[in-house]
Design a protein around this ligand. Structure first.
Ligand code: DHB
Ligand code: FE
Length: 279
């Protein structure tokens, strides 16, 4: 049977791609951020997952504001990236896992999640930056990736209660897949940030750390928040916390925190890197 062995939360900001392309990892600005990653990379290289299910939000590359699926997922064998406007390097194609993807898609629709099912899907920095962070030099060719997009660009957006439930439904779907696959789930984005308006640059460290704690030990408590609460507490783009919440939902077993690195600010965000084991 397929098994979800763990989950990872990570920032996805485009500035990371530029820092990596320009070799800035050891500079004083970036070092405290990049220093968090080796333990997670080591764990992934030891565990050798076959598949990554990656929750992210499409920032306008595949789904512009004229058409926004609430939940979308890829079922393709390959995914392409192109520059959605940040000027960051385009990454090589990402390999998909269409058999498990279709199994999850069927299971989700039966379970009441009306997914937009994409046989072609361009993937943006929300997916590409985390992959390159985990396998620098674009060395992720050996892993298969299933992209799952949650709308947090254009209101109305799904609420934390619903995104946790989506993650849980994906967890159940994976566990009912017959092949012996090792799966890791990534939730990318967040944490507190606001990119424009009067509160541009707003970061709430205490709230971010509380969210990381709750993601470990009491994810249900995060469903008390509406997206408007997230905006108030963490800034307009803190709704990206929904990706982290969905990731945690997919971990249905006993969850242990193996590693954490919270660092702020990095660009305009609070960055929460966390590795969770699922037994
Ligand atoms: C930034 C944050 C994001 O979530 C994003 O998608 C792009 C940029 C930033 O803070 O720079
Ligand atoms: Fe983002």
């Amino acid at each position: 049977m397929a098994k979800i062995i763990g989950g990872v939360t990570t920032s996805h900001i485009p500035a990371i791609a530029n820092a990596m392309a320009n070799g800035l990892e050891e500079t004083p600005y970036w070092k405290p951020f990049f220093d968090g990653y080796p333990p997670v990379r080591d764990w992934l290289n030891e565990q050798k997952p076959d598949v990554i299910i990656l929750f992210y939000n499409d920032h306008g590359l595949e789904f512009f504001i004229d058409k926004k699926p609430t939940f979308a997922m890829g079922v393709a064998d390959e995914y392409y990236n192109s520059d959605e406007g940040w000027g960051i390097p385009t990454i090589p194609p990402v390999t998909g896992e269409s058999e498990l993807s279709w199994h999850i898609a069927n299971s989700l629709v039966e379970d009441g999640f009306d997914m937009t099912i994409c046989q072609e899907m361009k993937v943006d920095h929300g997916l590409t930056v985390p992959l390159n962070l985990m396998w620098p030099g674009h060395n992720y060719g050996h892993v298969k990736v299933i992209p799952v997009c949650i709308n947090c660009e254009q209101h109305p957006m799904p609420q934390p209660k619903r995104t946790l439930a989506l993650g849980q439904a994906i967890g159940r779907a994976v566990e009912s897949f017959e092949d012996d696959l090792k799966v890791v789930v990534f939730g990318t984005g967040g944490m507190s940030h606001q990119l424009d308006g009067e509160r541009a640059g707003f970061i709430n460290r205490a709230f971010d750390i509380e969210c990381l704690d709750k993601l470990v030990s009491d994810p249900e408590s995060l469903t008390q928040y509406s997206n408007y609460d997230l905006v108030e507490l963490g800034g307009a783009q803190a709704v990206e916390l929904n990706m982290l919440i969905a990731m945690r939902g997919a971990l249905l077993g006993e969850v242990t925190e193996l590693h954490r690195n919270y660092h702020a600010p990095i660009s305009n965000t609070g960055s929460g890197l966390m590795l969770l084991e699922n037994k």
